[in-house]
Design a protein around this ligand. Structure first.
Ligand SMILES: CC(=O)N[C@H]1[C@@H](OP(=O)(O)OP(=O)(O)OC[C@H]2O[C@@H](n3ccc(=O)[nH]c3=O)[C@H](O)[C@@H]2O)O[C@H](CO)[C@@H](O)[C@@H]1O[C@H](C)C(=O)N[C@@H](C)C(=O)N[C@H](CCC(=O)O)C(=O)O
Ligand SMILES: Nc1ncnc2c1ncn2[C@@H]1O[C@H](COP(=O)(O)OP(=O)(O)OP(=O)(O)O)[C@@H](O)[C@H]1O
Ligand SMILES: N[C@H](CCC[C@H](N)C(=O)O)C(=O)O
Length: 500
C-alpha cells in the first residue's frame, strides 16, 4: 500500500498536465491506494483508476463510474471532461499509456529490477525461445518465471495468459508475485503491440533477444519498417541494460546490430556469428550437430525439428551464456526439452495410425513456409496442409499464406481460423486469391469438417499438417468464443479413421 501522493511523486514531472492540485485532489493525495484498475467495471474501493484511451472509447470518460465503485482517484487524459472542483479527484495527465506503466511499476516497487530479466521479441519463435530459456535456466538451478502467449508461471503458480505481453498493471503484478515466490530470473515474450503501447515501461532487461521480423500485424503497424521500429525499442537504453542477442540470418536482425553496443549474434550456419551451429543432421527424432559459442564448442542434440528451432535454441543458449550459466549444463538440458504445446505437436492414437498428424501454431507466411519445409524430409506420401487466417487481423498476409501453402504442400485444405467479426467466406476468398488456378484446394469453412475430411481422406504415409491455432482451445466466431481444439479434433478424426 502506498499513499497517492507518494505514488504520483515517482512519476516524471512532464506527465502531469497541470502544475497545481485542486482542493478535491488534496484529501485523496493522503489516501492509501490498495490496488490499480484500468476498467471502470472491475474497479474496487481503494483503487486508483487509470482511464486508458482505446480504439472504441476513452476509458477516462468512465471516471464517474470508477469513483462510484470506490476508486480513490482517477488519472485521465487531459482532454477528458472533468468534474467540478470539490466533487471528485480526477487528475489530468499527458500520456496515459506511459502514466499507466510508470504507476504500475512504482506501485509494485519495480519487481523487474529485483530479478535478472530476459525479453524476447520477433515475429516468430518467441514462445518456443522463452520456453527453452525457462527450461535451461531451471535446469541450471535458477528459479525462473515465464510470461508469454500461453501462460504466466513461476514456482508454485500457473495462470492462462490473455495476451502475449500482459497490460502494464497485470504485468507488474505478475512480476511482483513471481519475484516474491522466489524467482531470481524472468523471461518474457514482448510483442510489438506491447512496445508500441509502452506496456513494458518500467521493466529493465539484462538480456534482450531478437528472433526475426517478417510480415504480420500490418493491421496495427503502418508498414514493416514501423513494425521493426516498435520491436527495436526493446534494444534502447530505456529497456535494455545488458546484452542483445540478435539473429544474424535475419535482414532486420542485421539492421538492429548497427544500433546496439553490446551484442552477440547467432546463426544456424554463418561462422561470423558469436553463436552458430555446424554439422547439422536432421531426423524425425530431432537434430544434432556442433554448437559454437563464446564459451567453446560442444556437440549438442535436441528432439526439436526444423532449422528454425536450431535458431531458437541458439538464442536461448546465448541468453544463458550472457547471464553466465554453464554451457555444459545447458546443452545437457537441450537434449531433454521436448517442445511447446501446439508447436509441431504430433497427434497420436492407440493403436498407432498409418498417417502422421501435426498441429502447429504457424499463422504467418514465414512460419507456414518454415513448418512445411521442416516437415517435408519426413513425408513418405503426400503433405496435406489444413489452415486458415484470423479475422480482424492483417488481411494482406492471407493471399501470401495461400500461395505458400500451395507451393510447399501437395494438397491444401483452406478453412476458418478465428473469423472473429469478419465474414468467414470472405476470409477464405482472400486466401484463395493467392492460390494459382492450377491448384485445386479443398475449401471448407467449418474447421471441424475440414480437419475430419483431411484425416479421413489421407492415404497411408501421408502427413496432415494443421496450422494456425496450435495450443488454442477455442474458436472465435463473431464475438463468441467456443471450445475448439485442433488436437482434440484430430484425435477424434483419427479414431474414426481407425474404426472405419
Ligand atoms: C489494438 C489493441 O491493442 N487494442 C486493445 C485496446 O482495445 P480497445 O482500443 O478496443 O479498447 P476500448 O474498448 O476502446 O477501451 C479503452 C479502455 O477503456 C476502458 N473502459 C471501456 C469501457 C468501459 O465501460 N469502461 C472502461 O473502463 C477499457 O478497459 C480500456 O482500458 O485496449 C483493450 C483494453 O486495454 C485491449 O484489450 C485491446 O487489445 C486487444 C484485445 C488485442 O487483441 N490486442 C492484440 C492485437 C494484442 O495486443 N496482441 C499482442 C500479440 C501480438 C503478437 O502476436 O505478437 C499481445 O501482446 O497480445
Ligand atoms: N525462429 C523461428 N523462425 C520462424 N518460424 C518459427 C520460429 N520458431 C517457431 N516458428 C514457427 O512459428 C510458429 C509460432 O512459433 P512461436 O509460438 O514460438 O512464435 P511466437 O513468436 O511466440 O508467435 P506469437 O507471438 O504469434 O504467439 C511455430 O508453430 C513454428 O511454425
Ligand atoms: N497473437 C496472434 C495470434 C494469431 C493466432 C491465429 N489463430 C489468429 O487468430 O489469427 C494475433 O493476435 O495476431
Amino acid at each position: 500500500m502506498v499513499k497517492l501522493r507518494a505514488l504520483l511523486a515517482q512519476l516524471p514531472a512532464e506527465l502531469s498536465a497541470e502544475s497545481t492540485w485542486n482542493s478535491s485532489t488534496h484529501s485523496a493525495l493522503e489516501t492509501e491506494i490498495t490496488g490499480l484498475a484500468t476498467n471502470s467495471w472491475t474497479c474496487k474501493p481503494g483503487d486508483l483508476f487509470m482511464g486508458m484511451p482505446g480504439t472504441r472509447v476513452d476509458g477516462g470518460d468512465f471516471w464517474a463510474s470508477a469513483i462510484e465503485s470506490g476508486a480513490v482517484a482517477a488519472l485521465v487524459s487531459a482532454q477528458v471532461p472533468r468534474p467540478e472542483e470539490g466533487t471528485a479527484c480526477v487528475i489530468p495527465m499527458t500520456d496515459m499509456n506511459r502514466v499507466c506503466a510508470e504507476v504500475a511499476a512504482a506501485f509494485y516497487d519495480y519487481p523487474s529490477q529485483k530479478m535478472q530479466m530476459v525479453g524476447v521479441t520477433g515475429t516468430n519463435g518467441k514462445t518456443t525461445t522463452t520456453h527453452l530459456i525457462e527450461y535451461l535456466f531451471n535446469h541450471c538451478q535458477k528459479a525462473t518465471a515465464l510470461l508469454g502467449t500461453l501462460y504466466a508461471r513461476w514456482p508454485g503458480h500457473e495462470q492462462t495468459a490473455t495476451h502475449t505481453t500482459p497490460f502494464a498493471v497485470d504485468l507488474q503484478q505478475q512480476l511482483s508475485a513471481a519475484q516474491k515466490a522466489g524467482s531470481e530470473y524472468g523471461v518474457m515474450e514482448i510483442s510489438s503491440h506491447a512496445l508500441a503501447q509502452q506496456r513494458v515501461l518500467g521493466c529493465k532487461f539484462s538480456v534482450a533477444v531478437f528472433s526475426n521480423l517478417t510480415q504480420d500485424h500490418l493491421d496495427y503497424h503502418k508498414d514493416l519498417d514501423d513494425y521493426f521500429e516498435a520491436k527495436a525499442l526493446l534494444f534502447s537504453p530505456t529497456y535494455l541494460q545488458g546484452r542483445a542477442i540478435v539473429n544474424l540470418d535475419d535482414s532486420y536482425g542485421r539492421r538492429l546490430i548497427e544500433r546496439v553496443d553490446s551484442v552477440w549474434t547467432y546463426s544456424t550456419e554463418n561462422s561470423d556469428a558469436d553463436l552458430w551451429t555446424s554439422d547439422l543432421v536432421y531426423a524425425p527424432g530431432g537434430v544434432q550437430g556442433q554448437l559454437h559459442t563464446p564459451s567453446g564448442t560442444v556437440p549438442f542434440q535436441s528432439p526439436l525439428v526444423g532449422q528454425f528451432n536450431v535458431a531458437n535454441l541458439l538464442a536461448a543458449v546465448g541468453a544463458g551464456l550472457a547471464l553466465e550459466l554453464d554451457l555444459e549444463m545447458m546443452v545437457q538440458a537441450l537434449s531433454q526439452f521436448l517442445g511447446v504445446p501446439g508447436r509441431m505437436e504430433q497427434v497420436a492414437v492407440v493403436p498407432s495410425q498409418d498417417i502422421s498428424v501435426i498441429v502447429d501454431y504457424a499463422h504467418t507466411p514465414d512460419s507456414l513456409e518454415n513448418m512445411l519445409k521442416a516437415a517435408r524430409p519426413f513425408v513418405k506420401g503426400q503433405m496435406i496442409c489444413v489452415f486458415g487466417c484470423g479475422g480482424d487481423r492483417d488481411r494482406t498476409k492471407r493471399p501470401l499464406m495461400g500461395g505458400i501453402a500451395a507451393s510447399f504442400a501437395d494438397q491444401v485444405v483452406v478453412t476458418s481460423d478465428n473469423p472473429r467479426t469478419e465474414d468467414p467466406q470472405q476470409i477464405l476468398q482472400d486466401v484463395l486469391a493467392g492460390i494459382d488456378d492450377s491448384v485445386q484446394p479443398v475449401v471448407e469453412v467449418d474447421r471441424h469438417a475440414a480437419i475430419q475430411a483431411a484425416i479421413l481422406k489421407a492415404q497411408p504415409g501421408d502427413f496432415v499438417l494443421i496450422a494456425g491455432k496450435g495450443h488454442e482451445d477455442y474458436q472465435i466466431l463473431g464475438t463468441e468464443k467456443i471450445h475448439f481444439d485442433d488436437r482434440e479434433e484430430a484425435q477424434a478424426a483419427l479414431k474414426q479413421r481407425l474404426n472405419s
